[in-house]
Design a protein around this ligand. Structure first.
Ligand code: GLU
Length: 260
């Protein structure tokens, strides 16, 4: 299935939802519930939902008595090891309200390039989805650090979308769309659709400013273009609009997929 426009997200068979660290940790931990509500609604309609969630480091920080994100990699990895556990527990507690079971999947970009690891991951994902379990994917941070360094799981979400041949990828952050310039600046306009990429010419993107994750508009755009180039339609919007996104509303920035 190749989705012609964002309204078709509602009828998609398989959708990857990606959420960033700052959206679901710290003061925003309460956002897990509405996120789960929206995913459960789609799941209940028969949509196969896969969640790619960052937030292990941010969730682990208070347990290491850290008030800000650690700067050295080893401590980031330690925080992730502590936080991953609790992060999935929080999702499961919320999913319990709907009788949905989560399955934790920790992957590296390298796993998705190595043919044996890739086919193992693919088989496991297909079985989880077939069992109506909701896979929750994160980077395996103790052995890989790409997303810690470069993108708060944006690239991983694109690679997962390719792995499972998702019809759509919904990339969530604190900004509701990609804008022609940083959204706080005057004259910033929403880019509604990206088809061949020319819509992005001359656009400057900011990095993450949340202080707990690493993604930003530029990592979102490259992840979105990667997934769209392999047949997955990508919607970039904000976490609080996830229900509308899964309902096919005219929001965010839609990256038109290249037919598979
Ligand atoms: N996988 C990491 C996490 O879940 C990466 C995100 C980040 O840079 O904070 O915390």
């Amino acid at each position: 299935m190749t989705l012609a426009d964002r309204s078709a997200v509602r009828g998609a068979r398989r959708v990857v939802v990606k959420v960033g660290s700052s959206s679901i940790s710290g003061d925003n931990v309460g956002a897990i519930e509405p996120l789960v509500d929206a995913m459960a609604e789609a799941h209940g309609r028969g949509v196969e939902i896969i969640l790619v969630s960052s937030g292990a480091i941010a969730t682990g920080m208070p347990f290491l008595r850290l008030s800000s994100r650690p700067t050295d990699l080893a401590t980031q990895q330690a925080a992730a090891a502590v936080g991953q556990n609790l992060l999935v527990h929080r999702y499961q507690q919320s999913l319990d309200r709907f009788g949905i079971v989560a399955g934790q999947v920790l992957l590296t970009a390298g796993d998705l390039e190595n043919p044996t690891h890739r086919s193992n991951a693919q088989r496991a994902m297909e079985r989880l989805i077939g069992l109506r379990i909701l896979p929750i994917v994160n980077e395996n941070d103790t052995v890989a650090t790409h997303e810690i360094r470069f993108g708060d799981n944006d690239r991983l979400a694109a690679l997962v979308s390719i792995l499972v041949k998702a019809d759509a990828l919904v990339l969530l952050s604190d900004v509701d769309a990609i804008y022609t310039r940083p959204p706080a600046e005057p004259g910033a306009e929403r880019i509604a659709v990206v088809s061949d990429g020319s819509e992005l010419d001359g656009v400057t993107f900011g990095a993450s400013t949340s202080g707990v994750g690493t993604g930003g508009a530029s990592t979102k755009v490259s992840a979105a273009r990667l997934a769209a180039s392999t047949g997955t339609g990508v919607l970039v919007t904000s976490t609080r609009r996830v229900a509308e996104a899964l309902d096919g509303a005219d929001i965010g920035t839609w990256f038109l997929p290249t037919p598979r």
